[in-house]
Design a binder for this molecule. Structure first.
Ligand code: SAM
Length: 245
């Protein structure tokens, strides 16, 4: 998968995406990242990329032309068609279903805004999707872009050392197509600690019992913390019996 990032601070996004699973995905050739700075495409001595908003009011707005030229340069760098995603607090809220959609694309072009955002005409002409990482406002699209990159990188085949790991994480797709439950709790050595003991079933070596325990914990946790997910998960009769235990 190829991801191009249009940003006034492309090095910032690249630095966030240099470690752990994302770094490994890049090393393994599963993901390539390319930064494009609209300032490099701006004209004049000051290489201006923003201007005052028409109608007055606070802040500045990112201008059309430097962004358009940066997007054109990014598109021209590779023949694969790119889905242009503008990171915006007004976009579709990112969740694991949207991450799966984005991760399945051959190529993404992530557009990071700054200031009051981007001239609306550029959004209308160039953007395919607007994606928000939550109902709060950050000062730029770089952290949201890094969030998207991390989430899609770990879904690339071969990025995680254990292929089952993503499916077992919170929000992993349910067999029935539901949104997925929260993950069960995890424990590691030591078995006994002043803070508590590891649940015995996890030491039993009985895989069926362990799977049942984990599923029940996931169901209980989801019911306690995110009942909305449980409602949409489409529980089986076996799940309902586990919850009733
Ligand atoms: N005036 C805009 C509004 O209220 O909708 C907010 C602009 S914000 C200060 C600057 C940039 O940060 C946005 O253009 C966007 O790229 C990014 N941004 C801020 N919050 C975000 C969020 N929750 N999700 C995705 N991007 C966000």
């Amino acid at each position: 998968m190829r991801i191009d990032v249009i940003s006034l601070f492309p090095e910032f996004v690249a630095a966030c995406a240099g470690f752990g699973v994302v770094g490994r995905a890049r090393e393994r050739g599963l993901l390539s990242l390319h930064g494009w700075n609209p300032r490099d495409y701006a004209e004049g001595n000051y290489r201006r990329v923003d201007d005052r908003p028409f109608g007055g009011g606070p802040g500045m707005v990112m201008m059309i032309e430097p962004l358009r030229a940066a997007i054109a340069a990014a598109r021209a760098a590779d023949p694969a068609p790119a889905r242009v995603v503008y990171l915006s607090p007004q976009g579709r809220r990112l969740d694991q279903a949207l991450v799966r959609e984005l991760a399945g694309r051959e190529r993404l072009l992530l557009l990071c805004g700054r200031y009051e955002g981007v001239d609306e005409r550029l959004v209308a002409a160039e953007v395919d999707d607007e994606v928000s990482i939550g109902d709060y406002v950050l000062s730029g699209g770089e952290l949201p872009a890094a969030v998207v990159i991390d989430a899609v990188a770990r879904l690339q085949a071969g990025a995680l050392n254990d292929a089952d790991s993503a499916a077992q994480d919170s929000f992993g797709a349910e067999a029935g197509g539901g949104p997925g439950l929260l993950d069960c709790p995890h424990y590691t050595r030591p078995v006994s600690h002043p803070l508590g003991d590891v649940p015995e079933v996890l030491l039993s070596g009985n895989h069926a019992d362990i799977a049942r325990w984990r599923r029940r914990q996931a169901l209980l946790r989801t019911r306690a913390r995110r009942p909305d997910l449980l409602d949409r998960a489409g529980l089986s009769a076996a799940d309902r019996a586990l919850l009733a235990d």
